[in-house]
Design a protein around this ligand. Structure first.
Ligand SMILES: Cc1ncc(COP(=O)(O)O)c(C=O)c1O
Length: 431
């Protein structure tokens, strides 16, 4: 007979016991429980522009063809739908070729290097599995994408923050950290550099075009006993509403052995479809596929067939163009509200993003924005939610408690304005 005294977690793995609840899940729960709350926290996309018609047309075309429909409803392969893998490759290569004014990048990956997943988060998870052992580390922007930082922690590794300014990760700071690790004999524990190269999460900052080649060169220089990979997370690349696209880090990787490119249709099409993709160096593609084979032996095939139809029917590019206009308007709306409500307080700083979904607000250091602080509680009481900046920083950062990530993605323009007004009141009251 089972003992009544056996604790429910007895027998769980060390990983399960060590894992903390993801902060974003808690924030999302709060937003769902309190519908009147204006959540500027969640990275959800704009609701009104979700591609209902394009999805309908693509689904109709797919399902009206019984043979294609049956194929779509069957399991696919571990790596994913062949045609979509080619389309993804063509899409990324075309973006880079256009950004390099017609110069074709030196390395031209093939279909075997492309893996389709249920969202690009799965690419990141597969990489954590493929590259990291307990005690290893990944060099990241400081601040960085907190879901990635949590993922790294969940496998017993850690993120080391590299100083990052309004042009992204600083190459001098990265070079200094790599030199330090090499001198300390710990370079072998440094497995990757994680960079959101376009409109990062949480700041909306892009890595400057001039820094890209230097970053790839540094990763190559420090690939001594083992390869030091760059994980290029390009989740927000297509959500640019100002300026011209710039070549990816991948485009600077002549041998194609250093950069892993992670992309997604979640932000540029629909997160509910949740199709992501990775373009890997050849050897790494093989091991990632082996790991994925044991995990799920392929992500949902129907969704991949659907996205492939969206692309082949020419429905994708117009939708991306529409989104750029939508987010340009919403970003402008948030910035106007910040200019009107927060700038006059004279103590906060923020940048004007040229793409993506976020504005990063820096408050005076004496104001604590963390979930345990009074400011957060006050904001909740007034019905506005933000992501506390503390979640996004590495442990060694100095000032981690006076920032917030604001998203202009999901709320209507009216609610963005109202949310910022509430936030201004909270900040004013705490000054
Ligand atoms: C920087 C970044 N990378 C990756 C993802 C993952 O998106 P998905 O798994 O839906 O492709 C997100 C989602 O918010 C993100 O912000």
């Amino acid at each position: 007979m089972p003992s009544e005294h056996v604790k429910s977690e007895a027998g769980w793995s060390r990983r399960a016991l060590a894992v903390a609840d993801s902060p974003i899940s808690g924030l999302m729960r709060r937003a769902l429980e309190q519908p009147e709350l204006i959540s500027l926290a969640a990275g959800f996309v704009d609701q009104a522009s979700l591609p209902v018609e394009a999805t309908h047309s693509a689904a109709l075309a797919l399902l009206s063809d019984p043979e294609a429909a049956r194929a779509a409803l069957q399991y696919g392969s571990t790596a994913g739908h062949g045609e979509l893998r080619d389309q993804v490759l063509a899409l990324v290569l075309a973006q880079d070729a256009a950004a390099m004014s017609g110069v074709v990048p030196a390395s031209r990956p093939d279909r075997e290097q492309v893996v389709l997943t249920a969202g690009s988060n799965q690419i990141l998870a597969l990489l954590a599995d493929a590259l990291l052992d307990p005690g290893d580390c990944v060099l990241c922007d400081d601040p960085t994408y907190f879901v990635f930082a949590g993922l790294v922690q969940s496998v017993g590794a850690r993120c080391v923050g590299i100083a990052s300014d309004e042009h992204g990760m600083r190459s001098d700071a990265l070079a200094a950290e790599l030199a330090r690790q090499a001198a300390a004999g710990t370079l072998e524990r440094v497995k990757a550099i994680y960079v959101m190269s376009y409109f990062d999460n949480p700041r909306g900052v892009s890595l400057a075009a001039e820094r890209r080649a230097a970053l790839v060169a540094l990763a190559q220089e420090y690939s001594r006993k083992q390869r030091l990979y760059i994980i290029e997370d390009a989740a927000y690349r297509e959500l640019r509403f100002e300026g011209a696209d710039v070549p990816s880090l991948r485009a600077h990787d002549a041998s194609g052995e250093t950069v892993i490119y992670a992309g997604t249709f979640s932000k540029s099409f629909a997160p509910g479809v949740r199709v992501g993709y990775g373009i890997f160096p050849q050897a790494l593609a093989r091991v990632v596929l082996a790991l994925k084979g044991y995990r799920d032996f392929g992500s949902p095939h129907l969704n991949q067939c659907l996205v492939s139809r969206v692309l082949s029917l020419g429905l994708y590019a117009p939708h991306v163009a529409l989104l750029r206009a939508v987010y340009a308007r919403k970003a402008e709306c948030m910035l106007r509200a910040l200019d009107a409500e927060i700038a006059p307080l004279g103590v906060c700083r923020y940048q004007r993003p040229k793409g993506g979904l976020y504005v990063w607000l820096e408050l005076p250091q004496r104001l604590d924005t963390s979930e345990q602080g009074e400011l957060f509680a006050h904001a909740l009481a007034l019905g506005v939610l933000y992501v506390p900046g503390a979640y996004c920083f590495g442990a060694q950062s100095e000032d981690t408690r006076s920032h917030m990530r604001l998203s202009f993605g999901v709320q209507s323009e009216e609610r963005i304005g109202a949310g910022i007004a509430r936030l201004a009141r909270v900040i004013r009251d705490r000054l």
